[in-house]
Design a protein around this ligand. Structure first.
Ligand code: AOF
Ligand code: ZN
Length: 383
């Protein structure tokens, strides 16, 4: 990441990104947006961010905070100002009314109704510049842009592993690989997602609850189980809590027809059952994700699943980001499973290269954040 010391606009955009991130988990499926107003002499006079779905846009907040001092000033905003009447009025009009002379924005807005703000402001005689070269801005907006382009939610794959890459440790070592602070981080992230996705293998092996515990949830994610043969036990924790927190079981459409009684029992317990056409015993994950976005409004999915399901998601280019928790342990058994199985189509010599984006420490663990390059996590432009 290059960082020119004298590039004040870029520094201010980075500050606007930090403001925008306060909306994480509260604004989606809207974008997170931050804005800063400078007065005519370049002093910061107003900060704003988009706080919740349906609430004022970042520009409107920052302009309101600046009051009279906007005249002849500058507004910096992480996303192109909207040009539409949506849940709120167009930001372009608010910017024109404020009397600022200069507009700096980060990413273009691909939203079919909202886009076109930069052209509108230029036409009105303002000095409008795009800064597409600030990496933090690109990271901030990528989930929103991915969703609009692909019709699929942003998918974060999370797993915890030992130093030797295993996701199971020897018996008697307890159930958890990662530290308590790591698990709190996971719960905070769960509380910012719309869906927690897992596979039937994980449900049968661990009987997980997949809810948000010990932290304040910004949203309560729907638990989604990929269960082709409809094997989920009625007495599993997921089914038993289906009334408190949504549960969707995705299975093969023919199995659903055959096992209508079981499906009825699941529905009676509060779950939703979704039948999909499977091939070779495997459910179409791409279609599942599209339907989660289209029918259930999901914009962010956290995958907490086993090696095979992670492998399939990677192989089909459906993972956008990976969070890997590396615990300072070495697995006790030769039979421990590796975290991901079959991430590429090829055999030996084929691998997938992710890009390291962040390094954090939680307890004794390393928390590594990776992006999956767009050519690997296809944006949906190809079929
Ligand atoms: C901005 N500034 O702070 C945001 C923008 O549902 P609405 O009416 O709030 O509109 C949402 C759309 O507006 C969203 O899809 C995106 O294109 C834009 N969001 N634009 O100028 C903001 N949140
Ligand atoms: Zn707006």
């Amino acid at each position: 990441m290059t960082h020119r010391r004298d590039d004040r606009d870029a520094d201010l955009l980075r500050l606007a990104v930090r403001l925008a991130l306060r909306g994480h988990g509260l604004v989606e499926p809207n974008p997170m947006v931050g804005a800063i107003v400078l007065d005519a002499s370049g002093r910061v006079v107003g900060l704003g961010h988009h706080r919740r779905i349906g609430g004022p846009h970042a520009e409107v907040e920052a302009i309101a905070a600046a009051g009279e001092r906007t005249r002849g000033g500058t507004i910096l905003v992480t996303l192109e100002p909207c040009n539409h009447q949506g849940r709120t009025g167009p930001c372009t009009e608010a910017i024109l009314a404020s009397g600022v002379a200069r507009v700096i924005y980060g990413s273009s807005d691909p939203h079919p109704q909202a886009q076109g703000g930069a052209a509108r402001l230029r036409k009105a005689g303002l000095d409008v510049q795009q800064r597409a070269d600030v990496p933090e801005v690109r990271l901030l907006n990528r989930a929103f842009i991915h969703r609009l382009r692909s019709g699929r939610p942003w998918v974060v794959a999370k797993w915890a592993q030992t130093l030797d890459g295993k996701i199971t440790v020897g018996a008697g070592d307890g159930r958890w690989i990662s530290s308590l602070p790591s698990r709190r981080l996971v719960h905070r992230e769960r509380g910012c997602c719309d869906v927690i996705l897992t596979g039937i293998g994980t449900v049968l092996a661990d009987d997980p609850l997949l809810n948000v515990r010990g932290v304040k949830a910004r949203r309560h994610p729907m638990r989604v189980v990929v269960d082709p043969r409809l094997q989920i036990p009625l007495e599993s924790q997921l089914v038993r809590t289906a009334r408190e927190q949504p549960l969707l079981v995705a299975c093969d459409a023919e199995v659903l027809e055959r096992d209508e009684d079981l499906a009825e029992q699941l529905r009676a317990a509060g779950a939703t059952v979704l039948g999909l056409a499977s091939t070779g015993g495997e459910l179409p994950l791409r279609e599942l994700l599209e339907r989660l976005a289209g029918e259930f409004g999901a914009s962010r999915v956290l995958v907490e699943a086993g090696a095979r399901m992670l492998g399939r998601l990677f192989r089909h280019g459906l993972v956008n980001e990976a969070w890997v928790f590396v615990a300072p342990r070495v697995a006790g058994r030769e039979t421990g499973l590796a975290a991901v199985a079959g991430a590429t189509e090829g055999g030996l010599g084929h691998s997938l290269t992710l890009s390291l984006e962040s390094i954090r420490r939680r307890g004794g663990d390393l928390v590594l954040g990776y992006g999956v390059p767009a050519s690997d996590a296809s944006s949906g432009d190809n079929p």
